[in-house]
Design a protein around this ligand. Sequence first.
Ligand SMILES: C[S@@+](CC[C@H](N)C(=O)[O-])C[C@H]1O[C@@H](n2cnc3c(N)ncnc32)[C@H](O)[C@@H]1O
Length: 292
Amino acid sequence: MSTLGLAPPPSDLLATDAMPVLGDAEFAALARIMQSDARIHLPPAKKTLVHSRLSRRVRDNGLDSFRAYVALVERNAEERRLMVTALTTNHTHFFRENHHFEHFRATVLPRLQARPADRPIRIWSAGCSTGEEVYSIAMTLLGPTLAESRWTQGRDIRLLATDLSQPVVETTRRGCYGASAVEPIPEPYRKAWMVKDEAGYRVGDALRKLVTARVLNLFEPWPLTHQYDAIFCRNVMIYFDDPAKAELEARLVDQLAPDGFLYIGHSERLIGTAAERMRACGQTIYRPRDAA
Ligand SMILES: C[S@@+](CC[C@H](N)C(=O)[O-])C[C@H]1O[C@@H](n2cnc3c(N)ncnc32)[C@H](O)[C@@H]1O
């Protein structure tokens, strides 16, 4: 018995479950890869997180040290992609930062409804994670009832959802969520647009038809042919350093329609040329300076 009166775990469990040690040099090498591939900045304070998220990948590859893992990642593009994915943070929920959806409903929606019916509507959830953000936008666009969604019929409306991480993009495509995940969805929206099944809820056809989900690294070229009426890039830039933020924000502003709206996360702010070209029109909501 140990001094705490607890039986120690069997020694073979200790051996197989032992976490490989992450040295400073290996952490620095992994942080360099994250910076170069995803522009995600990993300060030394993130060492524990990196250790816990990657220990399993070290073991699953049959390796016994982070040194060997760094060597693997440096020569194997697929493992490198899996590593970057494992180090992304995908926390999200339906109607997160609800004031953005309130603003969209009160300000953007009437403008979209009032425009000529043949003008396309394009909205982008950039860094969509598992899809709750894009489906919250889609529900807000459709409104709380079938009758209120009639204005969308016959219009060319597309919501694009993109993320660096393939597993979260696949979850967005599946559109299946547990009962607790759908709790933040206001009841009328949930009743109108989500379908209850044995496993929980799935997005109904009306939502699914509006949304296209794609893997896209925001620091690679964007194969986008439209300017966007609204871009939601929320709680993504917190992981980048200032040069990366400034570069991405400038590109988001370029991709926005002249009368479009940009939504960013509550702890984010515009810097560089984006700050010069945009003006705030709500809490972390921006429009081009010369927009009417
Ligand atoms: C915390 S989630 C935010 C999800 C959602 N926008 C929200 O606010 O709830 C951040 C997402 O950004 C994605 N991400 C991080 N770096 C990225 C990059 N370079 N390109 C594309 N997506 C990235 C991550 O994979 C993650 O799913």
